[in-house]
Write a protein that binds this ligand. Structure first.
Ligand code: HGY
Ligand code: MN
Ligand code: MN
Length: 440
């Protein structure tokens, strides 16, 4: 029995507001004509101010934490207590370069609409007692675009910040420590962003699917089962720079060709595995002169898998393959790991309430004998999310929305207002189902 009492017009208006705000946030960019908003940038500060204003307008108390995450909170209606544990709902506001306007942003804005619906004095929903506080979170760096290490904002909130990260540098050589200070944050106080498990009831994140499964299945929504484990490396190949004209092939140690063979080996080896993907997204050759054989090549490797073990086995296999390639070409190679996030399973209770929310929204009647979770589309997320970091301290659950053609990390990223309306209804219903299950 759905707990959310809100007419279709109310939900449609909420979806329109979300779509309008996605467009507004898309205009906050370091690169006019495209979307680029990285950690600790002026654009980050601007969207935090916007998010804070929207949080306050929705009735939340709002603050920026010691890692630059923007948060808002409403207290529980049952025995209000500012120290009461909170259900956290949100996603991230940072982007990749030349990004789409929904990755992360949609989840933050949908969370705000959930709170508006829960507090809507006109609706029956406001009468459902809330046994936990609700916090909306806009994480500040999920992508890792600026410093290479992803999930910095959510890692700070999870209390898993690593002091080694302070020396990470961006493309201009600015360290994370310097960028913190320039943004107005104190590196020595980043620990204050950390939350303890007992402060949280759980974490829910709505996100566009960054793949084509829902579109192919004709389903608007899905519950996420688990989130892929990820490792990121920077691989350097060293050969010998020589004259492009005078050097015969039997004397060449061309780093670019070795790295190119390695990139093709990544595709060949990962494609032969189940649920493993490897991507070379950055590739540079040095000295980068048209008439010099590249003496060095550097490329990124983004390696993901459903299980840590299979992902690590493939990494070992790739290492042996690179040894063979570089040995044959008289090259040397090394890899520096810049990111490592273990696979995270979504919690059964949160999977169930998200499934209940979807079922109530799309009208799925689960057979009595089986939990509704079995009747609702369920997806393993190959994309990484802040939920991976937050999973270190609390249960996590995710709701996916259909993304036509599955395009993401690209300006053509899309979601329909109709699916956003369904997503808002499902997410709100999930929160109400959780409140109902948690009632004293
Ligand atoms: O890379 C990812 O999977 C996420 O979009 N940051
Ligand atoms: Mn994202
Ligand atoms: Mn992303």
């Amino acid at each position: 029995m759905p707990l959310l009492q809100a007419g279709p017009d109310r939900i449609a208006a909420a979806a329109r507001r979300v779509m309008m705000r996605c467009d507004e946030l898309a205009g906050v960019t370091a690169a006019p004509g495209s979307i680029e908003r990285v950690y600790l940038s002026p654009e980050h500060a601007r969207v935090n101010r916007l998010a804070a204003a929207w949080m306050r307008e929705a009735g939340l108390r709002s603050w920026q934490d010691a890692a630059g995450n923007q948060l808002g909170r409403i207290e529980r209606t049952v025995d209000p207590d500012p120290a009461a544990p909170a259900l956290m709902i949100g996603s991230h506001l940072d982007t990749v370069i030349d990004a789409g306007r929904f990755d992360g942003i949609l989840g933050v804005l949908m969370a705000l609409e959930v709170v508006r619906l829960l507090r809507d004095p006109g609706s029956e929903t406001a009468s459902v007692p809330l046994p936990f506080a609700i916090e909306v979170v806009a994480f500040s760096d999920e992508e890792g675009t600026r410093f290479g290490k992803a999930l910095l904002g959510s890692s700070a909130l999870a209390g898993t910040w690593d002091a080694d990260w302070w020396e990470l540098t961006d493309q201009h050589g600015v360290t994370l420590r310097q960028a913190f200070r320039e943004f107005g944050l104190d590196p020595g106080r980043v620990g204050e962003a950390g939350r303890r498990p007992e402060q949280l009831v759980g974490y829910l994140e709505a996100h566009i699917e960054q793949g084509p499964e829902l579109d192919r299945a004709g389903s608007p929504l899905a519950v996420v089962s688990s989130i892929a484990s990820a490792r990121r490396f920077q691989v350097t190949v060293e050969g010998e720079a020589r004259h492009a004209g005078g050097t015969p092939y039997d004397m060449r140690h061309d780093a670019l060709l070795g790295a190119s063979e390695a990139a093709l080996a990544v595709e060949r080896i990962c494609a032969a595995e189940h649920h493993i993907v490897g991507t070379v997204g950055q590739f540079e050759a040095f000295p980068g002169a048209v008439n010099v054989i590249p003496g060095e090549a550097v490329f990124s490797l983004d390696l993901r898998g459903e299980l840590d073990e299979t992902r690590d086995r493939v990494w070992d296999r790739l290492g042996r393959e690179l040894d063979a390639i570089m040995g044959r070409r008289g090259l040397r190679w090394r890899a520096v790991e810049v990111h490592n996030a273990p696979a995270v399973a979504c919690a059964p209770l949160l999977r169930d309430v998200v499934a209940e929310g979807i079922a109530a929204t799309v009208g799925l009647d689960a057979p009595e004998t089986r939990s509704v979770s079995h009747a609702v589309p369920t997806i393993f997320s190959r994309a990484g999310h802040d939920a991976m970091a937050v999973g270190a301290i609390t249960d996590v659950g995710m709701l996916f929305l259909r993304n036509p053609d599955g395009v993401s990390h690209h300006p053509d990223e899309a979601v329909s207002a109709a699916d956003v309306a369904l997503g808002i209804r499902a997410l709100t219903e999930a929160v109400l189902q959780l409140a109902h299950a948690a009632r004293p």
